[in-house]
Write a protein that binds this ligand. Structure first.
Ligand code: HEC
Ligand code: HEC
Length: 358
């Protein structure tokens, strides 16, 4: 009997040891469409199933904010492609954000973050979000979350640690966000099979031609399925939203707030990605354009023709002097149809990104 108990205990210990180390080390293979570029994952934060699981919990956890009311998911909602349906959102203590909540997908393929590029790693970006939008303090994790076995277990399997640190929180959040890959739109399905047009209607294919030629002129910054399949160059441009007479007049200097408010980068913002536009209105860094029709109207006829006011626009806003690309409604409709073929409904409904608490 004694021997049986002893054997049982031994068995239990080895079982625990086995599963703990397995959870710690189990590498996670990113589900990456083959036409996408190589992912950027730092050597000191490799993807593991346990970190992703913890990151997902923290992403949906309101108690990590100073007032206990704001989770990342308050502003980054899956139904809106992990953006928001509001121009600006309420952060901790009810203050409004300065800019429109970014959509979160394909973050693993860029090193430029935020509308103004103020961070260059996803870890630094998550830390900025934690401090800025939530006034995060690790003491709160210790006092509110570590009293629960679900969090003790999650930190333990992700980091082998019983004492959580800010670095762990950040690494877990970044790991979860890296798994949010959107690459199964109809355009993507075709591109992965060698022909972006394969699943498009004739109208959408005409829209693609408009997008990728001087007629629409979108491809310079927003890419194309074969050459730049992220559908953004992830760089910073002035796309003509603010026709100011003088650099000091930009209400929001964008990249200029990082490199110099009256320098050559003032008024430049990160190019938006063109997937999931059906879900992610309103648009632009301040959410000023209510829907996709308003965006298309901006590029079509909404640009300032005044040479004193369009001098800060990007050189690729080539038709600014004519007010925009000046297409007739049936051409705009084709362009719009093509843009909507980048919707990725399976990303929006993927339950591996939804709240783990439901
Ligand atoms: C109150 C709303 C709000 C909350 C809460 C919030 N965010 Fe954000 N998020 C924003 C806004 C607004 C931006 C754009 C800010 C800017 O560019 O200056 C943003 C941008 C980002 C970006 C950059 C995306 C890109 O394309 O470069 C990441 C990543 C991000 N947030 C992650 C998080 C994480 C992780 C959390 C929780 C720890 C979080 N956010 C909490 C509103 C919020
Ligand atoms: C010179 C580079 C450039 C060109 C050309 C360009 N864009 Fe943009 N686009 C941007 C930038 C930069 C932003 C973000 C601007 C901001 O928020 O201030 C943007 C934002 C957008 C957005 C909103 C994304 C979001 O999430 O808010 C859409 C949609 C869009 N562009 C579509 C188009 C279409 C369609 C064309 C062609 C008719 C086009 N763009 C041409 C640079 C460009």
């Amino acid at each position: 009997m004694k021997i049986l108990q002893y054997l049982g205990f031994f068995f239990l210990v080895s079982l625990l040891a086995c599963c703990k180390s397995e959870a710690l080390d189990t590498p996670y293979v990113l589900n990456k469409p083959k036409h996408f570029p190589p992912p950027s994952i730092p050597a000191d934060n490799p993807l593991t199933a346990a970190k992703i699981r913890l990151g997902r919990m923290l992403f949906y956890e309101k108690r990590i904010s100073e007032d206990q009311k704001i989770a990342c998911a308050n502003c980054h909602k899956q139904e809106f492609a992990f953006g928001s349906d509001q121009a600006l959102d309420k952060k901790v203590h009810g203050d409004l954000t300065a800019r429109n909540s970014s959509v979160l997908f394909n973050m693993v393929f860029t090193k430029n973050f935020f509308w103004d590029g103020r961070t260059t790693t996803l870890e630094a970006t998550c830390l900025d979000a934690l401090k800025g939008e939530q006034r995060f303090d690790i003491a709160q994790v210790k006092s509110k979350l570590m009293v629960e076995s679900q969090y003790r277990d999650a930190f333990n399997s992700a980091f082998g640690a019983s004492e959580p640190t800010e670095d762990m929180v950040v690494k877990a959040l970044a790991s979860f966000i890296r798994t949010m890959v959107s690459g199964t739109s109809r355009v993507d399905k075709g591109t992965a099979e060698g022909n972006p047009n394969k699943y498009l209607t004739p109208l959408e294919i005409e829209g693609r031609t408009i997008f990728e030629t001087e007629e629409g002129d979108c491809f310079h910054c927003h890419g194309d399925p074969i050459g730049q399949p992220m559908m953004t160059d992830n760089l910073f441009h002035n796309n003509g939203l603010d026709p100011v007479l003088n650099v000091s007049l930009f209400k929001d200097p964008g990249l200029g707030s990082v490199t110099g408010v009256t320098g050559p980068d003032a008024g430049k913002f990160k190019t938006g990605p063109l997937r999931n536009l059906s879900y992610s209105k309103p648009f632009m860094h301040d959410g000023r354009l209510a829907n996709l029709d308003a965006v298309l109207a901006h590029y079509n006829t909404g640009l300032s023709t005044d040479p004193n006011r369009n001098k800060f626009f990007d050189v690729n806003m080539k038709k600014a002097n004519q007010g925009g690309i000046n297409l007739l409604p049936d051409r705009i409709n084709r362009l719009k149809a093509y843009l909507l073929a980048f919707d990725d409904p399976s990303f929006i409904s993927d339950t591996s990104f939804s709240s783990p608490f439901k």
